[in-house]
Design a protein around this ligand. Structure first.
Ligand SMILES: Cc1cc2nc3c(=O)[nH]c(=O)nc-3n(C[C@H](O)[C@H](O)[C@H](O)COP(=O)(O)OP(=O)(O)OC[C@H]3O[C@@H](n4cnc5c(N)ncnc54)[C@H](O)[C@@H]3O)c2cc1C
Length: 344
């Protein structure tokens, strides 16, 4: 696949390397996005306990040393010490309590569509809420579990003649991930139709937040960070199924025309800075097609850094820094990542 694309190869050391990523992160506003850099996990210390607990309570629903490239849209990432699929709210609450007791880092994953995982992996517990994918309707209200995929949500609403989430068509991910990111497009984001979100907080207590209590912004939902989201209630409007279907198909076509969907990626790597388009800045800076290993700044969409097949997280990181540096030099614009990082 890589041979089909005309590219410019970049060699040389990672730019701005100041004593490794750790130092870089501390100095940089980017640091906020590396939630787990400083967390020292004790998964080794409690290995026996953890294995015993998972075998007893999550039999058939956990994996050990699970490669995370299988669980991300990038197709990149080393192993997670543990990967668990809790099958009930009680089991999830108890698992979170246990993680605290064992002092091991935990991370909730959706479809991994907005995730770059370190090549070394993640020393901790990755929790998937794929078991929480229920979806139900009551009049114009829809209740969706955090593990429900956006594709299923869009199709469910379409078949029920409910309008509000059709702009999520073609966005990969789960309801939980979309709420965390306030995923969407220019025309709207999931937060626009949320009326309530249920979650588990850091003390393993189940809570609710109403729409008014969440300051949804462009790819942000501050009150929903550092919580395990269980699901949400969405307030929709009636609409003809055929109109919704047409909109969906139109959106999928537009995406296929503009985005390099043939390759692994995380979608747009950076948030759109006010008054600028990342794709255009990247193109003007001559960075389209720039490549490191099997990672490449997409030629089709400058805001994407794609995996041509065997890219490593380190390659993607190199290009992320390169793009940030070049864009800053030209435009004095500090690009902020939209992608989330795990294990760095
Ligand atoms: C080809 C492509 C196109 C894309 N286009 C768009 C687009 O147009 N608009 C857009 O907004 N995004 C886009 N994205 C990015 C991505 O689809 C969204 O960010 C999506 O919401 C990620 O959902 P996820 O379930 O995969 O989350 P993940 O990538 O698995 O996780 C993202 C973050 O959400 C957190 N998270 C996930 N589930 C939960 C939960 N239940 N509780 C608490 N935290 C949770 C994770 O911990 C992580 O911090 C695109 C990605 C790709 C690959």
């Amino acid at each position: 696949m890589a041979n089909m694309v005309k590219t410019r190869e970049v060699f040389g050391p990672i730019p701005r390397k100041r004593g490794g990523f750790g130092k870089w992160l501390i100095e940089d506003p980017f640091a906020n996005y590396f939630t787990f850099t400083t967390m020292r996990s004790k998964s080794k210390k409690h290995e026996q306990d953890i294995f015993g607990y998972l075998s007893e309570h999550h039999a058939g629903n956990f994996l050990i040393n699970e490669p995370l490239d299988r669980h991300t849209w990038y197709g990149i990432g080393g192993p997670a010490s543990y990967f668990v699929f809790p099958q009930s709210r009680d089991l999830l609450v108890r698992l979170l309590q246990k993680c605290k007791e064992w002092q091991i880092a935990q991370f909730v994953i959706g479809e991994g569509a907005n995730l770059l995982v370190n090549d070394r992996g993640f020393d901790g517990m990755v929790i998937s809420l794929a078991g929480f994918r229920s979806i139900a309707r009551n009049d114009t209200t829809v209740q969706a579990g955090a593990g429900c995929t956006l594709r299923n949500l869009v199709l469910f609403c379409e078949r029920n003649g409910l309008s509000g989430v059709q702009f999520l068509s073609g966005i990969p991910g789960t309801v939980g991930g979309a709420l965390t990111m306030n995923a969407g497009i220019d025309q709207g984001a999931i937060g626009d139709c949320v009326s309530e979100v249920t979650f588990i907080d850091a003390n393993a207590g189940v809570g609710r937040l109403s729409r008014q209590q969440i300051a949804f912004g462009y790819r942000s939902a501050p009150e929903l960070q550092d919580k395990v989201l269980l699901g949400c209630t969405l307030k929709m409007k009636p609409q003809d199924e055929s109109v919704l279907r047409e909109t969906r198909i139109e959106m999928l076509k537009k995406r296929a025309a503009k985005q390099p969907l043939e390759f692994g990626s995380c979608g747009s790597v950076f948030k759109r800075p006010a008054g600028h388009y990342v794709g255009r800045m990247v193109e003007d800076a001559g960075l389209k097609g720039v490549r490191r290993g099997d990672a490449m700044v997409s030629e089709k969409h400058g805001g994407f850094i794609v995996n041509l097949g065997g890219a490593r997280a380190e390659d993607v990181m190199y290009l992320i820094e390169l793009v940030r540096d070049e864009v800053y030099k030209r435009y004095s614009v500090q690009l902020e990542p939209e992608v989330r990082f795990l294990g760095f």
